[in-house]
Design a protein around this ligand. Sequence first.
Ligand code: ZN
Length: 247
Amino acid sequence: MNAAPADQIRLLDLQAIDSKLDQLAHRRRTLPEHAEIDKATADHTALRDLVVAAQAQQGDTARELTKAEQDVDQVRTRFARNQQRMESGAVGSAKDLENLQHENESLAKRQSALEDVVLEVMERLESAQTRVTELTARLEHSDVVVKEAVGRRDAAFAEIDAEAAKVARDREAVAVVIPADLLKLYTRLREQQGGVGAARLYQRRCEGCRVEFAITDLNAIKAEPKDAVVRCENCGRILVRTADSGI
Ligand SMILES: [Zn+2]
């Protein structure tokens, strides 16, 4: 393949631009915010599960409290009814009065025991409410952490994308003047060779693979016509001779 030396040098400009675009794409993929967002999102999901569990616990305990309070009310109502009957004088028999008296003594003990239950459940309900409040605050904070990291990622994206768009316009201007066959070869080699399709010959080395040429190889390259498209024997990349190639 032949190409004018100026077009071969333009290929180096294109290579520099493509490398820049690759760097920008790499930076976009490897932003530290990606890991931050993953971590913050996982934390947020875990906290949401904890809040749901804590709310369920709070609901269960609230129902338990209602039940315990109803138990106390039942005993209190029965106690009051017995008391009223005893005081009304409607109960004539001493035996019945005694029975009512006994029942109220045991009801009073039962009420006291049930009130202890109510207090114990109230304490648990308070703990459950505190836990819901704390976890909800942490959940809200984790939401802020996620949004903040997403915001920083998107700002970085916008910056990178704007720069990439500008570089892509530069690329268009350079690529349009390079002969199609040379561009095609460069594109193929770039795909095969980790993003570098054209390299400068500089100080006896291929700048693509860094291999140093022996004098005989260098002389062979020197003997090639100026418009020959030379390939590096080692890596196969297009080897571009410039004014400072030293040959
Ligand atoms: Zn090479």
